[in-house]
Design a protein around this ligand. Structure first.
Ligand code: PMV
Length: 349
């Protein structure tokens, strides 16, 4: 039975961003993916969000980003109106939300995954408190993932640690388009030392928003083959993760990054988001791998920045390589030192 709450409630979470290795590109219905995706959660790039519920107030939502009132509040208000179908108590309260990111706004990192992840975790905690349910159970995380998905698809993968799968596949019966699931069992230990150097080619705003980007797949000439490719790449990548097969891992990850950009280049209208320096970084990463046999590879989001992936045991060599050869192609020599993380954390103050 749902209890009634007279007092103000409060919740605060830190939620990391994530980077997809098999990319989600294209939607069906409401925020459901055209194809399954597989990502890992970052450690250092995160959002912290607190939500206070008040009985009184002039505005439905007051949203502060890094201390200042922000227009992102309008998007949050729309989102809250939408999720009130699942969380009816949302309509009874005024919301005061404070949010901040660990990474600079200009870093070109998509913050929607970590921000909707953090907000969804707060809403789930409040929901469980209001309805008197025990929070630390699989249903809690599933609900948080589902609520995050409704804000931004990729956010549903941010509420778990390590490697995360989202979308129906033949791999597991429990895979769903509604929420993500953690790949906690059986992943080879080498992958728990996965590092990600985010090389900032251009920190400007994205040329194409992800919602516009996803829509390009609706009528895409390659839609069917892209969906088939993503399924095949998920199977291959999962096998590589289980067996510690670094060669296969590298092959799939780079194929996915370039396929995402190939889809954008061949859509109508077409988008070319890679910059000359992105291509320079890609070819230098490949050459370094060939020359040294050190397992490094790249992945790319819907933008020009390059994520250089490598393993902890090679850190000194790879960091020297970044310093020596790559930073000259980054905007103001800017890069972010990150890697695989353990997932979100509940904050007490
Ligand atoms: O979650 P969205 O709607 O911002 O889409 C994210 C799309 C990619 O980052 C390009 C791929 C992915 O799976 O994260």
């Amino acid at each position: 039975m749902t209890g009634t709450v007279k007092h103000t409630h409060w919740s605060k979470w830190r939620c990391p961003s994530n980077i997809a290795l098999v990319k989600y590109w294209g939607k069906r219905d409401f925020q459901k993916p055209m194809n399954p995706s597989l990502s890992f959660v970052l450690q250092n790039a995160f959002t912290e969000t607190s939500v206070e519920l008040h009985k009184d107030g002039d505005q439905k939502v007051e949203f502060y980003f890094e201390g200042a009132a922000s227009s992102f509040g309008e998007r949050i208000e729309k989102y809250l109106n939408h999720v009130s179908a699942w969380l009816p108590w949302v309509n009874k309260y005024h919301f005061r939300i404070h949010s901040s990111n660990s990474f600079p706004h200009s870093a070109g990192i998509a913050s929607s995954a970590s921000s909707f992840g953090a907000l969804a975790l707060c809403l789930t905690e409040l929901d469980f408190a209001i309805s008197g349910k025990e929070p630390n159970c699989p249903e809690f995380w599933q609900k948080a993932s589902e609520l995050a998905r409704m804000g931004s698809g990729s956010a549903c993968r941010s509420v778990y640690g390590g490697f995360v799968l989202w979308g129906q596949t033949q791999l597991f019966k429990s895979c769903s388009d509604e929420h993500a699931m953690p790949l906690s069992e059986g992943v080879h230990q080498v992958f728990y030392g996965l590092c990600d150097a985010i090389l900032m080619v251009d920190s400007g705003t994205k040329e194409v928003s992800s919602s516009v980007g996803h829509r390009l797949m609706d009528e895409h000439f390659y839609q069917r083959s892209r969906i088939a490719q993503a399924h095949e790449n998920i199977n291959e990548l999962y096998l590589a993760l289980l067996t510690g097969d670094l060669e296969k891992f590298i092959a799939v990850v780079e194929n996915e990054a370039l396929s995402l950009h190939a889809m954008m280049m061949t859509s109508n209208p077409s988008f070319l988001l890679l910059k000359p320096n992105s291509l320079e970084l890609i070819s230098r990463i490949r050459r370094f791998r060939e020359m040294t046999q050190i397992p490094v590879c790249f992945t790319i989001d819907a933008g020009p920045n390059i994520h250089l992936l490598y393993f902890q045991e090679n850190e000194p060599d790879v960091k020297a390589f970044i310093e020596r050869e790559l930073l000259v192609f980054c905007e103001n020599r800017m890069w972010i030192d990150d890697g695989i993380g353990n997932g979100p954390e509940k904050l007490m103050n």
